[in-house]
Design a protein around this ligand. Structure first.
Ligand code: GDP
Length: 664
């Protein structure tokens, strides 16, 4: 068990290619977690990782790895590099207490830097910034700080300044302790004194410290205390610099993580009832399962303990199912191994072996039931139909898909109600492509149709409809009569089911069957067979037969009544509209906007920066297939974008005809 003030749960977030992977590997190396990985950092050419690093890549991408630094335990939480995986980012932001935002010292603030920054803002995550690649030509610490100031609502404050530029970048000046840290041949040497440029940066730091109560001539301790408070309050972002690739600036970054980012006790976690829990290891248990992982010995559930202590052999409550479990093996996860432990205390992250948990589940003390705030799962917007190549492969496919979906709840498994095909639904083209790759990695090969947009249908006007099911086939008959009124309902409300029965004509114990029939019919809308997610349905009347009526008959009659009514309701086809944030070089703005227009996009706003423009737009998902390639071509590879679901909107008539023709 670890004392929780010595713990730091933090994640590294960045725009793709800023150097997150390289930095993570360097951190695991300096903390002694992995052996030296050869001399990749000595070369001047920027090559990809060598095979040993590549093989580490898998373990480094574990949900969380522990390492030790100067008497503290760092729990490094993996956050995905691609913002497409909304859920992965959200769930890691839930379990980390602080973040290091890696910026490319040449490119500065990029589209996804802004994306992850805003996500951290939303979760109130205090952060440090690390300006990476200071060894590269064109890198500029001061310009990066200026870009951060212009783009974000907080004040970045340099606590380090580069020593030497580009090829001559040798280390950093530590502005707090007024010393020079230089790395030569992998060795760190520390000398005192600051060069002139660093002194100017220190003056700005001292001024900031003064503002937060450190005084005008602060001690290093006073400055750190003031900075820590301002960082935890989200008022400043201490900014460091270095070159992960050349191994420069990594150790002081870890010192800053310990000194300036929050310990678990500095944070509160919310419950579903809006209570805020404190990280007290002696209080009743509250833990969150945030990820399921396949390990060589089986599946483990990664948990973060928010309050109390999870002990092996103790009985805990799983509030979602109301069941209790005895806690089995508990593990600490390191980059290259697992250690068994007897307990995990508040603030710690670890793995539980052999418990049937799902992502977002709480575990708690049976005598103090509590549910932690759930992890919001984004709606899938795209579907792909999967066909196993043989009957034998069907079983393997089912098992592999079940695993995939329980590990990533933003993937959903459905059955096409018309064709009976297995359908995988996800957050976008790339999300589904990666899911299929993972299946292939488990030797489950499927014939996947091209992915399709998840259309929906909406009801138009109110319709009343009665249906009588009557069959007489020798033995006992089948009889049910149902009269319904169906009306459109607000998006997102689902089925609003109302009972307006007056007399005893339809015994109320058949109502659940009527509801089930309606729900079944809502899966296949009259326009193109797409689901109708929202409807208001009122049961107006009906009739039962003493002998021949059954739940089954009422379910079938209600389904028919709903379908007949829906067909007369003159509803419409709905399509997912995505919110698109694009960053493009200013000189390519015209092409990017023109292309958006051809994709039925609507520009909502533009934000010109020094050399780039951020375009905020909305466009139908159906028109965004292959968008990353198109943007790359339009911007010479310099543009970037992110997507998230904005709403569902009616498909214009001519487009709807095309959609229906191709899905027929
Ligand atoms: P990620 O996508 O953020 O994980 O970025 P990577 O760590 O994979 O780095 C992207 C590329 O930048 C790789 O080719 C790295 O070798 C290179 N890189 C990362 N850090 C540095 C650095 O500090 N200096 C230089 N020159 N290249 C770097």
């Amino acid at each position: 068990m670890t004392r929780n003030h010595c713990l730091r749960n933090f994640g590294i977030v960045a725009h793709v290619d800023a150097g997150k992977t390289t930095l993570t590997e360097r951190i695991l190396h300096v903390t002694g977690r992995i052996r030296r990985t050869g001399d990749v950092h000595d070369g001047n050419t920027v090559t990809d990782f060598d095979p040993s690093e590549r093989s580490h890549g898998i373990t480094i991408n574990a949900a969380s790895v522990r390492c030790d630094w100067q008497g503290h335990v760092l729990q490094l939480i993996d956050t995905p590099g691609h913002i497409d995986f909304g859920l992965e980012v959200e769930r890691s932001l839930r379990v980390l207490d602080g973040a290091v935002v890696v910026l490319d010292g040449v490119a500065g603030v990029e589209a996804q830097t802004e994306g992850v920054w805003r996500q951290c803002d939303r979760h109130g995550v205090p952060r440090l910034a690390f300006v990476n690649k200071l060894d590269r030509p064109g890198s500029d610490m001061s310009a990066t700080l200026t870009a951060m100031r212009a783009r974000f609502d907080v004040e970045p404050v340099a606590i380090q300044w580069p020593l030497g530029k580009e090829r001559d970048f040798v280390g950093v000046a530590d502005l707090i302790h007024q010393r020079r840290l230089e790395w030569r041949d992998g060795e760190l040497t520390i000398t005192s004194g600051l060069p002139a440029e660093a002194l100017a940066a220190r003056a700005a730091l001292v001024e900031m410290g003064d503002h937060f109560g450190a005084g005008s001539d602060p001690t290093p301790e006073g400055l750190v205390a003031a900075l820590r408070e301002a960082t935890l309050a989200g008022l400043v972002v201490p900014t460091l610099g270095g070159s992960a690739y050349k191994h420069r600036g990594v150790e002081p970054l870890l010192d800053a993580v310990v000194a300036l980012l929050p310990a678990p006790k500095d944070r509160r976690v919310g419950t579903a009832d809006g209570e805020a829990l404190e990280a007290d290891p002696e209080a009743p248990l509250a833990a969150l399962c945030f990820k399921l992982e396949e390990q060589t010995f089986g599946r483990v559930a990664m948990v973060r303990i928010y309050r109390g202590t999870l002990r092996r052999g103790e009985v805990v409550l799983h509030p979602r199912t109301g069941r209790t479990f005895r806690v089995g093996r508990l593990l600490h996860v390191f980059a290259d191994r697992h250690d068994e432990v007897q307990a995990l205390a508040a603030g710690e992250i670890g793995a539980i072996v052999g418990m049937p948990l799902g992502t977002g589940d709480t575990l708690c003390d049976p005598s103090h039931p509590v549910a932690l705030e759930a992890i919001a799962v984004p709606e899938p917007v795209m579907r792909v139909a999967l066909e196993p190549r043989s009957r034998r492969e069907q079983a393997a496919l089912g098992a592999a898909l079940a695993k995939l979906v329980s590990a990533d709840p933003s993937l959903r498994l459905e059955t096409d109600p018309e064709t009976g095909q297995t359908v995988l639904a996800g957050l976008g083209e790339l999300h589904l492509a990666i899911a299929l790759e993972r299946l292939a990695a488990h030797d489950v090969v499927v014939n996947a149709k091209p992915p399709r947009v998840a259309y929906r249908e909406a009801l138009g006007q109110s319709v009343e409809q009665s249906f009588t099911l009557k069959k007489q086939t020798g033995g006992p008959g089948t009889y049910a009569q149902v009269e319904l009124r169906i009306e459109p309902a607000e998006p997102g409300v689902g089925l609003v089911f109302e009972d307006a029965l007056r007399g005893e004509e339809l015994p109320r114990h058949y109502l659940p069957a009527v509801r089930a029939g309606v729900e079944q019919a809502m899966q296949i809308g009259p326009i193109g067979g797409y689901p109708i997610p929202d409807a208001r349905v009122t049961v107006l009347g009906g009739k039962a037969h003493e002998r021949d009526s059954s739940d089954h008959a009422f379910q079938a009659a209600a389904a028919r009544a709903f379908s007949l009514a829906a067909a007369q309701s003159e509803g419409c086809l709905l399509e997912p509209i995505m919110s698109v944030v694009i960053e493009t070089p200013g000189d390519r703005l015209g092409e990017v906007i023109g292309d958006l227009g051809r994709r039925r996009g609507r520009v909502l706003g533009m934000d010109p920066k020094a050399t780039t423009t951020v375009v905020r737009a909305e466009a139908p998902l159906a028109e965004l297939f292959g968008y990353s390639g198109a943007l790359r071509a339009a911007t010479g590879g310099r543009g970037s974008f992110s997507l998230s679901l904005a709403s569902y909107a009616p498909v214009p008539g001519s487009v709807a005809r095309e959609v229906l023709k191709s899905s027929a």
